[in-house]
Design a protein around this ligand. Structure first.
Ligand code: UDP
Ligand code: MG
Length: 314
């Protein structure tokens, strides 16, 4: 028996409507792959419905299932982190519970891994059942990110991917607080490749990513890999001083030609504009300071209430 062990990491937050179908589907796929054994690690990210009870029943019936229960909701990226930290496998697969990432694709991930790749990520070729706004914001975000960060994060990919043991071990050393997992994976490097797949609509239930969480996520992505936004203040400064100079010239000319200055409107516009620019710059600096603040506190990234597998708590 030289079976390789695959750990399937599944973040779960209020997924009572999908959890059983997901499990069944995932299990069928994993059982159909030759010469591997597997564990399914559910991370219960502080669900307030009965997702946890349902997972406990799954774990009681199947020794391949483990549940890491968080003490409260810590967020998707942190749930994934806990899964990676606790995975025992030779490779780890990260997949959403809502069946938007089709379990079948994991077969292709594994065969690419056998070919020698360390990271195999899913590339979304088509996204059904996703709002126009979500698609647009996602498209803009991934392209913007690509422009301003120095490491290569592939466009149109999520966290749906397989990572090899040596990537996992490196990831475990990166203990930053505001985490952008796919960026961290790119940062680690090694041989990476993509597999095209069609992202289905959610099987049931609602998205757990309202715009507020998406914004935090996007900001984490940018600020943890780039300090370009901080330089924006300098550029804006140059740009507005340049405009001010042009305007000054025009004021002199007007004066020379004998126009009297009815300056109220211009002053107001100038003031408001500069006020806006200053606030934006302060805000950007604030985003970074907030994250420095979080990092210096050195709190653990998450709190595990207990770990459950067949036969009870570990
Ligand atoms: N999720 C989580 N914690 C959260 C939000 C989401 O563990 O705070 C899980 C969720 O259960 C799902 C995955 O992360 O398995 C992706 O979330 P969702 O499908 O809501 O995001 P979307 O696909 O709409 O971007
Ligand atoms: Mg989803």
């Amino acid at each position: 028996m030289n079976n390789k062990l695959i750990s399937v990491v599944v973040p779960v937050f209020n997924e009572t409507m999908v959890i059983e179908s997901f499990y069944q589907h995932m299990k069928d796929v994993m059982d159909s792959i030759a010469q591997i054994s597997y564990e399914i690690i559910f991370i219960d990210d502080g669900s307030r419905d009965d997702s946890y009870q349902k997972m406990v029943r799954l774990a009681d019936a199947d020794a391949n299932v483990r549940i890491i229960k968080f003490s409260r909701n810590f967020g998707h990226q942190i749930a994934i982190t806990a899964g990676i930290d606790n995975a025992k496998g030779d490779a780890v697969v990260i997949i959403d519970a809502d069946l938007q990432d089709p379990p079948e694709v994991v077969k292709e991930f594994i065969s690419k891994w056998h070919e020698g790749y360390d990271v195999v990520y899913g590339v979304r070729e088509k996204r059904d059942g996703e709002g126009k706004m979500k698609l647009l914001t996602a498209a803009v975000f991934y392209r913007l990110l690509k422009k301003i960060i120095k490491i290569e994060v592939p466009v149109d990919t999520g966290d749906f991917r397989l990572i090899s043991r040596r990537v996992v071990d490196k990831l475990k050393e990166l203990r930053e607080t505001d985490r952008f997992v796919r960026g961290l994976v790119s940062w680690v490097g090694f041989r990476q490749t993509g597999v095209l797949y069609k992202r289905d609509r959610r099987f049931a239930g609602n998205t757990k990513y309202p715009y507020s969480k998406m914004l935090k996520f996007a900001l984490d992505g940018i600020t943890s890999f780039s300090s370009v936004p901080l330089k924006l203040a300098t550029w804006l400064g140059y740009f507005t001083s340049f405009l001010a100079f042009l305007y000054l010239a025009s004021v002199f000319i007007q004066k020379a030609l004998g126009f009297t200055v009815h300056g109220w409107a211009t002053i107001m516009v100038g003031m408001l504009f500069l006020g806006g620019v200053q606030l934006i710059c302060l805000g950007i600096i604030g985003e970074y300071i907030g994250r420095i603040f979080n990092a210096t506190k050195q709190r653990p990234i998450y709190v595990i209430e207990d770990i459950y597998s067949t036969g009870g708590k570990e």
